[in-house]
Design a protein around this ligand. Structure first.
Ligand SMILES: *Cc1c(COP(=O)(O)O)cnc(C)c1O
Length: 481
């Protein structure tokens, strides 16, 4: 299927995820990429996957996405702190890494709709663990020919994440809190995608669904770009020799971000270890350790809510590859996940996971890493990034592997002010997030991002809350069908 159609559909008819038939090789030398800006690198990477987009179309999408919405000209700046490099992916409109892909997805989608003569209105149906929701809302608000519906766990996101979403403007936007967790939101959304009767009703009323979650391949491809960009930049500034392996440590939830790094490695980028960092919802750590994926466990609410996930959807795409691109085998395992909540891979498949290292950080370790790094360097990181930094520290002490390492820094500390500030000093405990914003600015010297300023006093525009079982009804109500 052409890439543009896969982006439009989001999910295959049988409920499976779209994957590239093969991972293309980078066709521009690193030295050349090192001289390019983010937008140019984005083109060189994305053109290899989105092969049915013309040069003009793709360059147009890139130019409209990576512009002054980002508070850094570099789009994804690298910050060296002690011996590691933080790849700051949070300088977009909603200050989390989701902006890296969601600022371009709407443009890819409208272009795809035009290319495929889609006459119907596209309804973006999204489940969020906190960050995708706002990034998708910001991307799709006011985009003609689209509507966007976001479901978030009412008690499972930070107050700032919630305020960002419920203050969203735009008559094509709809935000719903559910009495449930992220997995339930994601499962509910997937069920609606697979619901043939609903699709029929939608079609009759002139609508069709698509997805802004990382199950959409149009989310994944733009995420490969920043790994290539970071590597090339480091070669360009002499931090790395061309060809030298670069480890990446990624705070992981739905397995989208780290899968993009794996794809980058598959393209020939000299990525060393893929360090997969989990919080206390450590289903992935257990999977890498044992070869069994088992979601039958308690769902914990942590200080890194965007990683509070037990069903890491994108792992399906990795399973497909380590099963030797065997779609049937993949399907059997996913069926077992659906029916029994677990599956076990073969020793042969497990042998293909060598590039990965999995571990997790407890709540106490996450807080301690924020504090230690701040005290030693003045650098303030958010809770998710700290999970990755903590796991990287474990990796380093277990293996002694001193290869250069990039830590994917997935959110601004301003998004999780309360957790970050109370990690640094217990005197901040119990104070509300918004009040601590000014304190964070004072201690870090990092200016309050525009994204925070604009929601501080913004009115709440979305108040719908529903049960998990009522998700479909609320979609129909919003669409008037
Ligand atoms: C979404 C998110 C993650 C997890 O990324 P995945 O691609 O789902 O693994 C980590 N940190 C933050 C801040 C996020 O928003």
């Amino acid at each position: 299927m052409p890439a543009s159609q896969a982006i439009l559909k989001g999910l295959a008819e049988d409920g499976g995820l779209f994957v590239p038939e093969q991972i293309p090789a980078l066709d521009v030398p690193i030295e050349k990429l090192a001289e390019m800006d983010y937008q140019q690198v984005a083109y060189e990477v994305m053109k290899l996957f989105l092969t049915d987009f013309t040069e003009e179309e793709l360059k147009g999408c890139i130019a409209r996405a990576y512009d002054s919405k980002f508070e850094s000209d570099e789009i994804a700046p690298l910050k060296k702190v002690q011996d590691v490099y933080f790849l700051e992916l949070f300088h977009g409109a909603t200050i989390a890494f989701k902006d890296m892909a969601l600022s371009i997805l709407p443009h890819l989608m409208i272009t795809a709709a035009r290319k495929n003569q889609v006459g119907r209105e596209i309804v973006i149906l999204t489940a969020t663990s906190g960050d995708t929701g706002k990034a998708a809302l910001a991307g799709f608000a006011g985009v003609e020919g689209t509507r966007i519906i976001v479901f978030y766990p009412k008690d499972g996101v930070s107050p700032i994440q919630e305020k960002q979403m419920v203050s969203q403007k735009g008559s094509n936007t709809f935000v719903v809190g559910i009495h449930g967790n992220f997995d339930q939101a994601q499962t509910g959304v997937k069920q609606m995608f697979a619901d043939k009767g609903l699709a029929q009703e939608m079609a009759e009323a002139g609508f069709q669904f698509s997805s802004a979650n990382s199950i959409n391949i149009g989310r994944l491809v733009p995420q490969i770009v920043y790994y290539v960009y970071a590597y090339a930049k480091m070669v360009g500034n002499g931090a790395l020799k061309n060809g030298e392996p670069l480890n990446v440590a990624v705070p992981t939830g739905n397995f989208g971000n780290i899968l993009a790094a794996y794809y980058a490695k598959g393209m020939g980028l000299p990525v060393g270890k893929l360090i997969c960092a989990s919080n206390e919802n450590k289903v992935l750590y257990d999977f890498f350790a044992t070869g069994t994926y088992d979601k039958n466990r308690e769902f914990l609410l942590t200080s890194s809510p965007s990683m509070d996930i037990l069903i890491s959807s994108n792992l399906e795409r990795l399973i497909y590859r380590i099963a030797g691109n065997d779609a049937e085998k993949n399907k059997d395992l996913m069926k077992s996940l659906q029916e029994e909540g677990r599956y076990e891979i073969t020793p042969e498949m497990k042998g293909k996971l060598e590039a990965f290292y999995g571990n997790y950080a407890s709540e106490a370790e996450t807080a301690a890493m924020i504090k230690k790094t701040y005290q030693e360097t003045g650098y303030v990181m958010d809770t998710h990034t700290s999970v990755a930094a903590s796991v990287y520290e474990k990796y380093l002490s277990e293996t002694g592997d001193t290869a250069k390492t990039v830590i994917a820094s997935t959110a601004s500390p301003y998004k999780f002010t309360k957790s970050v500030m109370s990690a640094i000093d217990s005197k901040y405990e119990g104070r509300p997030d918004f009040e601590l914003v000014d304190e964070l600015e004072a201690i870090s010297g990092v200016k309050i991002p525009q994204a925070i300023e604009e929601i501080r006093n913004a009115p709440v525009l979305h108040r719908t809350v529903c049960e998990v079982s009522e998700m479909k009804e609320s979609v129909k109500k919003f669409l008037g069908i």
